[in-house]
Design a protein around this ligand. Structure first.
Ligand SMILES: [Mg+2]
Length: 231
């Protein structure tokens, strides 16, 4: 496919997995929380994982999924504090800063649009210091809907005035790309290298990139040609 940057005014970017290494989140919820839960309830880590994974799944595709206050109350543990215990794993993906700089240099409206809760945003922006690149940061908790909900992208217009036909979205969730596609956002990119620990798999539905540097024109022009089948 061909991407011509002169046809794009607004760039919307997801945070976890897209700009930041999802290894932190995967490790936190799948390993660290169960380890602490097992210690509190005097059970094996395996049993704790079975119990917690079922609980987590019950809140998939809702705002509770990313609501740290919800999980602190539900689990009886200080979830933001537990995040700080493993914050050394929070990392920006390679090529992200170059891409953010490219967008700014070329006058694009640049917005971080995330399902993450404000307490997660505080921890991650403090650690990564990427917040200053953006015109603004919108959390799904402000919008009142998760990005998995078809109504999200219309509701987002209350916070960001954007023309879907001239907007690009980068996401590591195909579900969120599907809701954005149904709303009419034109340039959709799936980020396959969402975790430093994963083997990237190309999306069968969306243009796929492993790193954002793929979207920076190499020749100083405005056009990028991406191989069919992703990179
Ligand atoms: Mg994500």
């Amino acid at each position: 496919m061909t991407l011509d940057w002169t046809t794009i005014d607004t760039v919307l970017l997801d945070m976890d997995g897209t700009l930041l290494d999802r290894h932190f989140d995967d490790h936190f919820w799948l390993e660290h929380v169960p380890k602490r839960w097992a210690a509190v309830h005097k059970m094996s880590i395996k049993t704790a994982q079975e119990q917690l994974y079922a609980l987590f799944r019950s809140q998939e595709r809702t705002l509770n999924w990313t609501d740290l206050d919800y999980w602190s109350n539900r689990l009886g543990m200080d979830i933001p504090q537990l995040k700080l215990e493993v914050e050394h794993l929070i990392a920006v993906h390679p090529g992200v800063i170059e891409f953010l700089a490219y967008c700014r240099q070329h006058g694009k409206q640049l917005w971080l649009v995330t399902n993450a809760h404000s307490k997660t945003l505080t921890i991650k922006m403090k650690k990564t210091r990427i917040g200053h690149w953006f015109d603004g940061i919108i959390s799904a908790h402000q919008v009142g809907l998760p990005k998995e909900d078809d109504r999200f992208w219309e509701e987002l217009q209350r916070f960001i005035s954007y023309d879907p036909q001239r907007t690009m979205l980068g996401e590591d969730s195909e579900t969120n790309l599907q809701t954005a596609a149904r709303y009419g956002i034109h340039y959709l990119f799936y980020i396959s290298h969402y975790s430093s620990r994963c083997t990237p798999v190309t999306s069968s539905e969306f243009a796929t990139i492993d790193y954002f540097t793929r979207l920076i024109p190499a020749d100083g022009g405005s056009v990028v040609r991406l191989p069919t089948g992703g990179c």
